[in-house]
Ligand binder design. Structure first.
Ligand SMILES: [Zn+2]
Length: 260
């Protein structure tokens, strides 16, 4: 690829910049975002056109958050946004093929929560069988995370150190609520618990549980990449930024599926 050809592509991209990025509606669903960014991301990654690549990544990240704060903001939207399984699969494949690994932990989280029936189908734009296996194993890790980190306050209820109500020691609310969480079809350890009144414990205990829940959710987020064999958030960030230098660099095969 000559410099002249790259310049031509840059000029073509520049002419469509306004229509493609500056006037994008804010309420696009995942499928529409993928349609918007797919081609531009591939071109800008291949020909190292950083500004366009970054705009595509920003749009993808609005659907597949890369920080806990962004996840909280996204999940607080009312009504909650529904993601169809085909679009999530397409997003993961797009990220794998264009070195955008930072969006993979949340994409894999969504895939891990899909039904086994859906995962056993292999549609055109699905992730590989190997990556599906990683997601299925990740699903078990999400169950563990729910039980041990973000929802442990229900399973193993602990009174607040400042609690002076003997009723809290025998409260049945936490365990009953754990049963509701545990019988859900898919684990969802990042989800915020909201039905605090059902615990039937004093305010001190409720506040104590809220702190434990929040810390647990943050830890789940921190550990999300490793649950899907993706390393750490820092590693993903470094790997993604390598494309700013050269997408063509050949390196040792890495244990993950996305290219360097
Ligand atoms: Zn109490």
């Amino acid at each position: 690829m000559t410099q002249r050809k790259i310049l031509s592509i840059y000029l073509v991209l520049s002419t469509i910049r306004r229509s493609y990025f500056d006037d994008i509606p804010s309420d696009l669903d995942v499928g529409q975002v993928l349609t918007f960014v797919g081609g531009i991301l591939r071109l800008s990654t291949k020909y190292l056109i950083r500004s366009f690549r970054q705009r595509c990544i920003t749009l993808l990240s609005s659907k597949f958050p890369t920080t806990f704060c962004d996840y909280v903001a996204k999940s607080s939207r009312d009504p909650p946004e529904k993601y169809d399984s085909d679009s999530v699969m397409r997003a993961a494949v797009l990220a794998q093929e264009n070195n955008v690994p930072e969006i993979l932990p949340y994409a894999y989280y969504c895939i891990a929560r899909m039904s086994s029936r859906r995962l056993l189908q292999q549609r055109t734009y699905d992730i590989s069988w190997k990556d599906k296996a990683v997601c299925l194993i990740g699903k078990e890790k999400l169950r563990w995370a729910e039980m041990s980190l973000s929802y442990s306050f229900l399973l193993v209820f602990q009174r607040a150190p400042t609690c002076d109500s003997y009723l809290c020691a025998d409260a049945r609310g936490p365990h009953a609520e754990w049963h509701v969480v545990d019988t859900a079809k898919s684990p969802n350890p990042l989800r915020k618990y909201t039905t605090w009144s059902r615990l039937n414990v004093c305010n001190a205990c409720m506040g104590h549980c809220q702190v434990l829940h929040q810390k647990g959710r943050e830890e789940v987020w921190e550990r999300l990449p490793e649950m899907f064999e993706l390393g750490s958030w820092d590693q993903l960030q470094k790997q993604q930024s390598m494309t700013e230098g050269s997408p063509k660099v050949k390196s040792q095969p890495n244990r993950h599926s996305f290219p360097l």
